[in-house]
Design a protein around this ligand. Sequence first.
Ligand SMILES: [Zn+2]
Length: 320
Amino acid sequence: MIDVSGMNYFWKVFDLLCKDQEPDQECWGSLFATPGYSVLTKSEFSPEFFMEKWRLAFQPNRREERKKALDKGDPFLKHYFAVLENKEELKAYQERVLKEEGLLSRAKELALKYLPSGSYPGYPPVSLVVFQFDARGYNPVVIDLLAALKMQEVLIPFLAHEFHHYYRNKTRKQLAGPEHLLWVIDQIHAEGTADLLDKGPRIKEGDPQIGTYKQLVEDAPEYLKFLNDRLLEMGKDKEKVLAEEKILREKLPQSGHPVGYHMAELIRIEFGIEKIRSEVSDPLAFFWSFHQAEIKAGLSRTLTPEAIKILESLLQPNNF
Ligand SMILES: [Zn+2]
């Protein structure tokens, strides 16, 4: 069952703001206590962020200020303004999506394609909210209502991508090590594997909207060579780890999606789906498999065994 409690409170706040009224503390508090908004405001957004952006987007007396912000291209405001313009359609869609049979089961079935066989009872919790044109694989998985409406037929693979994160997070091998390096390696593995579900088919269909991503996938070997060189430097001198790992994080395109997809897709082609499934909870195994896949495919090697061994020595419990 999809949780729409966040949306129900959102519309209350929305209606008041559209009348130039300010919701009381209880109203805001109830909204931010719903599962979807609670997880978002405990991770990447503050309640004040939403409160201020929504006031600006929805209150008629903020028209001038809104126009200026929209002219400057504020992406959040643009999104909330689109919610205002599509409110009737969104409300109807919210009702419809709740009744839609099989949305969650189809997404789960697809997510399981790249997970080890086993039992996955029930569904990841899913909450509909308004936040940005996107979704997040938190617990609960949060999906933006406008994004869900506009995505239509790609909603299932999109949801499957987030479900994949949810199940992977439950079984992921816990590694300890330098914070940024750990993030880079885990992001590459997690996003690359999940992108096989939603980005892969779109690349193969030649979806023009995914052009930038496709280009970044093609450029992935450059980043991997860079990663390899940085790892070798870290291996020579442990004092350099902090500086090097920060650069690796800063230079990682799109939080690891395209680089990870490039790696996962090559492993899939060379060794099959089963390989990806068996290594879903182990990022280091994924890096080794990619190295072997490059050899098998006869490609020039971007990742050397020396560099992966350094990675292994850095990402071990109690080693840093
Ligand atoms: Zn993801």
